[in-house]
Write a protein that binds this ligand. Structure first.
Ligand code: ADP
Ligand code: MG
Length: 636
């Protein structure tokens, strides 16, 4: 992956990070040398030990720091891009020429210091991404006919078996075929408690095996593991810039030449008003130094990227700065019900019999047809079938009707399995459930050749963490709405149990989209779903969030934000974090513009010197905004 960090077009940092650093001389050492020479020059000048010696000291200070700056300025100029390296080189060389060598050296030295500060900030963010990359161990133990051999993860093919011992970091995604253990999946899902795993369970590259010995059949090549996809997506996320970020860099591109023009113009005015050439140039140079736009151009990517990487460490994948900015504005959270608000681990609670059919006559064909569906309801039926040890019937055809149910054929009989509307629409004469005391829950109606055989009642559970999450959102002033395909009764019950403000029930997938569009008229909408029957709604919302992304490729690829595991408390955390990030960005932009305008006006009036303008207007400011941006990274 590319190590490029900055998106700052004015700074010309882009080129710097893409070309590998072969320099043996470190920047800090050069900075120290440059600083000593500057100090020496000032002492010589102060003691009056000879103008020439002082000039030599200043010149070596300026050239040593300038070696990192002037060539970049020239390169930029040749491409007709007046970046800040160009500005600073002009200011410094200009100062040397008009007999202000101390200022010339100071401009270069201090600007160089601020460059080093930026580097440091950028390194911090790159380190976080590198930290994620290091979660893949350098070798894995591959099981072969000739025993175990250590190989690089990239050499392992899908279907091969790797061996994982206690304390090992898991190198590839796979399914346990032997043994049992508990693993720490915190790096992938953010879940800090150990998760128990036994035969048939999936494990992920990057997690750490605790106490057991397990053998794992590899299910993804090393470039396709969840971990490596997370890294790729984070890396790509940096291209997906926040609108504010884009605005600033566009603004900077016109701003620099304009400031240059103003500086020259002011010089002319000074000359016309009777200033000497030296005075006029000095004033122009001061304006040029102040106009350096780097401070905020650098701080914005730093804030946003550190929000993204911080979230990633918490098991939340945000696919771009644009979504951090959008999440800062969210005031309505719409949620899917089954699989999102509820655990999605439904279980069959009861089966109501109609028209003389028996339990197994209903469950066996229904579950056999549902094996082809990925819906949580389908999984519950299949599970019940296994528990009751019913054999599987041969299914001849299968069709899913999203948000309604499924249709399938076994032998010559056609079965419909789904909600009330689905069967009503198919003109099945439904038996009245009231006569059968079916209880409450999600109802799945089963019909064979147009005859209502029975109704399966499913129970769903809600986690405490979900209740907490909704309470948190309400405290933040966020409106919550359930959008579900399930019945009115169930939706109402769940809304009440969890404390969600509103609900809309019996929605088909495209009606969920309409509901999201309506909500969008009333505010900024985050839609949270599990990716089953709600993909279109995820795509429609201002920000679309998918849950349980470790287990669903679709969710990971299609959503703007993916929660690796189902813990809704991460939603309020994320929204809070996004709000903080955007407020830091705004603070930085406002501070920069205010300070620049102020120092710029003072410089135009000839009140402040080059010294002050570089110390306050450039280095001081860069330091300030970067410190402000990094405050966020440290806080979590
Ligand atoms: P939610 O919006 O609550 O996540 P869905 O839109 O996924 O629900 O599904 C809506 C309703 O359609 C379910 O409550 C169920 O009654 C019915 N349904 C959907 N898929 C199936 C299926 N595979 N088997 C049975 N019923 C289904
Ligand atoms: Mg759902």
């Amino acid at each position: 992956m590319s190590q490029e960090l900055s998106t700052c077009t004015v700074c010309g940092l882009e080129e710097e990070h893409t070309e590998p650093e072969h320099r043996t001389i470190s920047k800090p050492k050069v900075a120290i040398f440059s600083g000593i020479m500057l100090g020496l020059g000032l002492i010589i000048e102060f003691l009056g030990l000879g103008v020439l010696w002082a000039y030599i000291a200043f010149l070596s200070s300026m050239l040593s720091a300038g070696a990192f700056i002037i060539p970049k300025g020239i390169r930029g100029m040749l491409k007709l891009r007046l970046d800040m390296h160009f500005l600073m080189a002009v200011a410094s060389i200009g100062a040397m020429l008009i007999g202000a060598p101390a200022e010339g050296a100071a401009v270069m030295f201090l600007f160089f210091i601020s460059m080093i500060l930026e580097d440091r900030a950028g390194d911090k963010v790159r380190e976080e991404i590198r930290g994620l990359m290091e979660l893949e161990p350098p070798t894995v133990m591959l099981r072969t006919e000739h025993g175990e051999i250590p190989v690089q993860p990239s050499e392992v093919e899908v279907g091969q078996t790797i061996i994982i011992r206690p304390g090992d970091r898991i190198g590839l995604d796979g399914v346990i075929t032997e043994g049992g253990t508990s693993v720490n999946e915190a790096p992938i899902t953010g879940e800090s408690r150990p998760v128990d795993k036994s035969i048939g369970d999936s494990v992920f590259a990057g997690s750490v095996n605790n106490e057991g010995y397990v053998e794992v059949e590899v299910t993804a090549k090393s470039t396709e593991t969840v971990l490596s996809r997370i890294i790729t997506l984070i890396d790509e996320s940096r291209k997906n810039k926040a609108p504010t970020e884009r605005l600033i860099s566009r603004f900077s591109r016109v701003y620099t030449p304009i400031m240059l023009a103003i500086a020259i113009l002011l010089g002319w005015v000074d000359l016309a008003l009777g200033a000497t050439m030296v005075q006029a140039v000095y004033r122009s140079l001061t304006i040029i130094v102040i106009s350096c736009p780097c401070a905020f151009a650098v701080s914005i990517p730093v804030s946003i990227v550190s929000a993204i990487t911080g979230a990633a460490r918490n098991g939340v994948l945000v696919k771009g700065g644009a979504y951090i900015e959008a999440m800062g504005k969210i005031d309505i959270v719409a949620l899917d019900k089954t699989g999102t608000l509820t655990e999605g681990m439904l279980s069959v609670k009861d089966i109501c019999l109609h028209n003389g059919y028996s339990e197994s006559e209903i469950l066996r064909p229904a579950a056999s047809i549902e094996t082809r569906s990925e819906h949580p309801i389908a999984k519950a039926l299949v599970q019940a079938q296994h528990r009751k040890q019913l054999s599987e019937a041969d299914v001849e055809s299968f069709e899913a009707v999203p948000g309604r149910g499924v249709r399938g054929q076994i032998g010559h009989a056609e079965y419909l399995i789904g909600n009330r509307q689905f069967l009503v629409q198919e003109e099945v004469g439904l038996q009245d459930l009231a006569d059968h005391s079916c209880g409450v829950g999600t109802m799945v109606y089963v019909a064979k050749d147009g005859e209502h055989m029975g109704t399966i009642v499913l129970a769903d559970t809600v986690r405490d963490s979900t209740r907490e999450a909704i309470r948190d959102l309400r405290e933040m002033g966020v409106r919550t709405v359930i959008l579900t395909g399930d019945s009115e009764n169930v939706a109402q019950e769940v809304a009440k149990a969890i404390g969600v403000d509103e609900y809309r029930a019996e929605l088909l997938p495209h009606e969920k989209v309409d509901a999201v569009n309506e909500l969008k008229k009333e505010g900024h909408v985050l839609f949270v779903g599990d990716g089953i029957n709600d993909g279109p709604a995820i795509a429609t919302a201002d920000v679309g969030m998918a849950l349980s992304a470790v287990s669903s490729d679709v969710a990971l690829e299609s959503a703007d934000v993916a929660l690796m595991e189902q813990d809704l408390r991460k939603i309020p955390q994320l929204l809070r974090r996004a709000r903080q990030t955007m407020s830091v960005v705004k603070q930085n932009v406002a501070t920069s513009i205010t300070l620049k305008t102020l120092t710029g006006m003072l410089a135009a009036a000839g009140i402040i010197t080059l010294w002050v303008s570089i110390a306050v207007g450039d280095m001081g400011l860069t330091f300030l905004v970067i410190a402000n941006a990094l405050r966020l990274a440290r806080k979590q």
